[in-house]
Every structure is written in structure tokens, then in C-alpha cells.
Design a protein around this ligand. Structure first.
Ligand SMILES: [Zn+2]
Length: 244
């Protein structure tokens, strides 16, 4: 009996210790490590310091900005809305969520996405939201698709229709090294498949964590338009901007 009591106490102590650590880690800001949090993981000073896109200047489409418009000369999507450029702290948070299992970041990033959406109004309860799927092999290695973690929280908050299985990605056997840009685009188009059982409305919002060259979201946009979708908004946390 004594042994059992000792054993139980040590479990309780360990649980208490982890609980206290958890409270501490939840209580202070992820960036300054000093202030208490105002939204998930961030204090209000650090929230105000985030390098976010300012939609009061640009309207609700980043493609209206000439410098961004030029990045995507050939595109099949119609609107681009991102929370922030791919700079600090987003260029740390997104890899941490993707590769280091920092799942709590999905809560913060979904919250920032909700705030951007309040300004831009691209997703409402009537919207259908899709997500860029990950390779099944990568999904098996990591056990999750980081974009889905953010999109799921966001969609739940908005109350929109979210179809995480409308698109899937198939494994490319061939290396794409040595192919021309046109060939690579053709090969990439074979990467994505559309689930024919899903019926889609005329307008779709497609979510990705980061838009870099735009080739992934463009390939999927082409596929969706082949299946009757007429307009596509790309919604992302970050957009990679070229170096000046
Ligand atoms: Zn802070």
C-alpha cells in the first residue's frame, strides 16, 4: 500500500509540474517572453508590431499592387489575400508548425487569418474553402498537413463549408530536374487530383500556408477551373516577396 501511495504521489507531482510548466508557457508572449498574452501566444505589443499587409491601402486583393501583380504574370486565380509577407516571425513560425510539431501555432495563425478576413471579407458562411493537400508520403512522415491545421480552425470559427478531401496529391516518380519550365508545369499538373464525388460552387477559396512562386496554387486553380469553378481566391498566411 505504501508503495502504491508513493507511486500515486509521484505521478500527481509530475502531473502538477507539467501543468505548471504548461501554464507558464501559455502565459507569456512567444516573441518577447515577457508580457502576458492577449491573443494565443502573443502579447498586445507584439501583435501590434507584426508586419501585416495593410488592406486599407490596397483594397482586398494583393494583385492590385503592381509589384505583386508582376510576380504572377500567368495565373488562373483571381484574388490573392495573405496575412503577412514571409518575413520574421512568419518565416520561423510556419517551419516550426510544419517540421517541429508546434501545433499551438495553428491557433495563433488561424486567429491572425480571422482578423485579416474581417477586413477583407473573402470567406463567409456561404463560402466553400479548400486546402492545398500535402504529399501522402510527407503526410505519413509528419502525420499532419500544417495548412489543414490552420484551415480547420479558421473554417470552424467562420462556419463556412470546408472540404479538406476535395483535392489530393499523388506522388511523382520522376525527378523534375532538367525539364523546361513548361514541362515542369505539365508534370506538376499531374501531381494534383480532384475528387470527382465532390461538387463545387462557382467560387472557391483555396488556402495554403505560404505562397512562394505561386505554381502550386496556380496548378490547382487550373484544375478547379477545368471542373467548372469560375473564380478562385487564394488565401494564405504568407507571401514570399522577392529581395529588393
Ligand atoms: Zn510580446
Amino acid at each position: 500500500m505504501e508503495f502504491l501511495q508513493y507511486y500515486n504521489n509521484s505521478i500527481i507531482n509530475r502531473c502538477m509540474h507539467h501543468y505548471q510548466q504548461l501554464l507558464l508557457s501559455l502565459g507569456s508572449c512567444d516573441l518577447c517572453h515577457q508580457q502576458p498574452v492577449a491573443i494565443p501566444l502573443l502579447c498586445h505589443h507584439c501583435v501590434n508590431d507584426l508586419p501585416l499587409f495593410n488592406y486599407s491601402l490596397s483594397g482586398t486583393n494583393l494583385l492590385y499592387w503592381p509589384a505583386i501583380d508582376r510576380l504572377f504574370p500567368r495565373r488562373d486565380f483571381d484574388q490573392l489575400v495573405c496575412v503577412a509577407p514571409y518575413v520574421f516571425p512568419f518565416n520561423q513560425w510556419l517551419p516550426q508548425l510544419k517540421f517541429h510539431n508546434r501545433f499551438e501555432l495553428s491557433k495563433l495563425l488561424a486567429k491572425l487569418l480571422i482578423t485579416t478576413n474581417k477586413t477583407c471579407q473573402v470567406v463567409s458562411q456561404e463560402t466553400t474553402l479548400l486546402v492545398v493537400p500535402s504529399h501522402i508520403k510527407k503526410w505519413q512522415q509528419r502525420g499532419y498537413n500544417q495548412s489543414h491545421l490552420i484551415a480547420r480552425r479558421f473554417a470552424k470559427h467562420i462556419g463556412c463549408q470546408y472540404l479538406p478531401h476535395a483535392l489530393y496529391r499523388v506522388e511523382q516518380q520522376k525527378s523534375q530536374v532538367g525539364y523546361s519550365g513548361k514541362e515542369r508545369r505539365r508534370l506538376m499538373a499531374q501531381d494534383f487530383m480532384f475528387n470527382e464525388e465532390v461538387s463545387l460552387p462557382k467560387h472557391i477559396v483555396l488556402f495554403d500556408d505560404v505562397v512562394t512562386t505561386g505554381s502550386t496554387v496556380n496548378t490547382i486553380s487550373q484544375l478547379l477551373k477545368q471542373h467548372g469553378v469560375q473564380s478562385i481566391t487564394i488565401l494564405a498566411i504568407s507571401l514570399s516577396l522577392p529581395e529588393h
